[in-house]
Design a protein around this ligand. Structure first.
Ligand code: HEM
Ligand code: HEM
Length: 169
């Protein structure tokens, strides 16, 4: 259930989860050559040699999935701070839309990857690849939005994702 009164800031756990997941997602976007090779070998019915890079991609990806579930549960239980009313409405709308989309990808990427890997479904591998093309610009827009809020609109959005508020704040 959503919190009745929005908290003034994020909790330590929410902040740690945000930055941990962000780092792991960027890792996944950078480290995927081995899993692509292994997936191709499997599709060609060649034996999977257990390449460490492929296992790492799968392990980190499944970890992201678990952390995303935890994060969403905390969001629903504790709530998140309100967007700043001083921002132009379009900025808040774009920020909210980006958050929804990023959450969706935190689930969609591991799911499409896992379906591709565990069932060999080519369509799922293609969706996984397509996901990357959508995810990267949205991460960039999200980061630019955070910086714009800080430097142009002068809100504390970035600060509140770095410094936690006490539980009763
Ligand atoms: C947020 C989590 C994840 C992200 C951001 C991510 C990202 C990526 C990226 C960017 C590629 C390269 C796509 C390409 O250019 O062809 C890739 C490939 C792949 N990933 Fe993931 N991945 C994630 C989770 C997972 C998980 C959990 C699994 C499996 C359990 C997985 C399995 C694969 C496979 C099999 C490929 C090769 C697909 C192909 O070559 O067509 N991924 N991933
Ligand atoms: C893979 C990278 C990233 C992902 C998946 C991601 C995802 C998210 C999500 C889903 C939220 C909404 C949190 C919630 O309300 O529950 C959020 C908030 C936020 N993110 Fe990210 N993020 C990433 C990278 C970044 C980067 C690089 C920055 C900074 C330059 C950043 C700054 C922020 C800030 C400041 C907020 C809080 C916005 C507010 O309170 O109004 N994020 N992020």
């Amino acid at each position: 259930m959503a919190a009745r009164v929005a908290p003034k800031g994020y909790s330590v756990l929410q902040i740690v989860l945000h930055w941990t997941i962000a780092a792991l997602v960027i890792f996944q976007l950078l480290v995927n050559d081995d899993v692509q090779d292994a997936f191709k070998d499997r599709s060609d019915h060649e034996p999977f040699e257990g390449e460490i890079g492929a296992l790492l991609h799968i392990g980190v990806g499944l970890t992201i999935f678990a952390l995303a579930i935890l994060r969403l549960a905390i969001r629903l239980w504790r709530g998140v701070p309100e967007p700043h009313s001083t921002n132009p409405p379009l900025v808040n709308f774009a920020g909210h839309a980006a958050h929804v989309l990023l959450y969706a990808f935190l689930f969609a990427m591991p799911l499409t990857g896992a379906i591709a890997w565990f069932t060999g479904l080519e369509l799922s591998a293609e969706l996984h690849e397509l996901g990357r093309l959508i995810l990267i610009p949205f991460i960039a827009l999200h980061a630019l939005g955070a910086l714009a809020e800080h430097f142009i609109f002068r809100t504390n959005s970035l600060i509140r994702m770095l410094k936690a508020e006490p539980p009763d704040a």
